[in-house]
Design a protein around this ligand. Sequence first.
Ligand SMILES: [Fe+2]
Length: 132
Amino acid sequence: MQRRNLAKTALLTATAAALLPVAAKADMDANENVIFTADDPGHWKGVEALHVPVVTVSGSTLTVKTPHPMSEPHYIVSHSIVLADGKFLDRKTFTYKDTPVSTHMLPAGYTGPVTVTSTCNLHDFWVKSISV
Ligand SMILES: [Fe+2]
């Protein structure tokens, strides 16, 4: 009988342990450790200066630079531009031989939020939001 109780206890403990991470994650920000910003570099704290895209706007031209070294094992993969309401505008992809700079034309007269992303092959997905 004691062996049966021991087995039940072990089973309940294992089940509770398996469920705890799910319960804990339900309270977490869904973007935590997926999307990184200058203010929230997550587990990549310390490398944000090399990954957060630097954005400038001149007229309708939006220029994105990521101050990241480029080498075959470690480089910036792409920049993406998204406008209000999640409307995709443009994407530029890079190889390790490129300089991670891209230019994009905003729609004529566009004002509103612009979300700029920069993706590193080792340090994931970085976002900078601006308003134009
Ligand atoms: Fe990186």
